[in-house]
Write a protein that binds this ligand. Structure first.
Ligand code: FPP
Length: 248
């Protein structure tokens, strides 16, 4: 029974984050420490992706957003970019059925049109196959950059204002949110970054305004279920005030 699981791992199911976002950092360093090439670090990192998806589904977290490839990542050496794209294609191919069986809906945020055709085709087929699933949403951020996302939203709103479809008085925070890739989804409650760097690297800048941050020194390939549980326990102890004063 689910209540037994939550009792065992000391987690209050009522206080779980609805949306967890993760900056998966440290694949390169993980490989370097083992005198391997960076690509092997990414391959190992893909295994952690599988583990974290399984854990989120197990803990009934509704939305998981993973920063898998940033707009800046295009300027890595071509060999690494190609390997990451191939890895992504293979991952979607091999996990599609599993995602579907687990009732998980796949979604992509970012410039999907910039991805190689083979990757896009795999993604589109998995998105189509899982579109009616409703236990959890897996958002993969691919060719994603928050500044690009905001710029794109501003351009769209300005275009619609020019066309007379939007009036200036209607532009508010809720409208801007609706023009982002993450439209109609709640903002992340918890943002985790592995690999120890203390920055947000152009990830969900608008949406993380009130997210709880957790930086782990663990390199992404070493990130395991137990540490995820520790972070969820830590999250449950936090006092989320959203800028307000709570009177007791
Ligand atoms: C950052 O580590 C990680 C990436 C740029 C890619 C993330 C990719 C994966 C976790 C694997 C594939 C993803 C999926 C969804 C199958 P880094 O290379 O910057 O590490 P470093 O900071 O140690 O150099």
């Amino acid at each position: 029974m689910k209540s037994d699981l939550f009792a065992k791992i000391n987690i209050d199911p009522v206080k779980l984050p609805v949306h967890v976002a993760i900056i998966m950092d440290g694949n390169g360093r993980w490989a370097k420490k083992r005198l391997m090439n960076r690509i092997m670090g990414h391959e190992k990192g893909a295994e952690t992706v599988r583990t974290v998806i399984t854990s989120c589904r197990e803990f009934e977290i509704k939305i998981l957003t993973l920063y898998a490839f940033s707009t800046e990542n295009w300027s890595r050496p071509q060999k690494e970019v190609n390997a990451l794209m191939k890895l992504l294609e293979k991952f979607i191919q091999s996990e599609k059925d599993e995602l579907h069986n687990k009732n998980i809906k796949l979604n992509v945020i970012g410039q999907k049109e910039r991805l190689p055709e083979e990757v896009r085709e795999e993604l589109d087929s998995a998105i189509e196959r899982t579109k009616d699933n409703n236990k959890m949403t897996l958002n993969l951020a691919l060719s994603y950059g928050a500044r690009e996302e905001i710029t794109r939203a501003v351009r769209k709103i300005a275009y619609e204002a020019e066309q007379g479809k939007v009036s200036l008085e209607d532009i508010d925070e809720a409208m801007i949110s609706r023009y982002l890739y993450t439209a109609d989804r709640p903002d992340p409650d918890l943002l985790i970054r592995t690999g120890g760097e203390m920055r947000v690297s152009n990830f969900l800048l608008w949406q993380i305004a009130y997210s709880e941050l957790f930086i782990s020194k663990t390199l992404w390939p070493d990130f395991k279920r137990n540490e995820f549980i520790d972070i969820l326990q830590d999250y449950q102890k936090r006092d989320r005030r959203f800028g307000k004063v709570i009177c007791s």
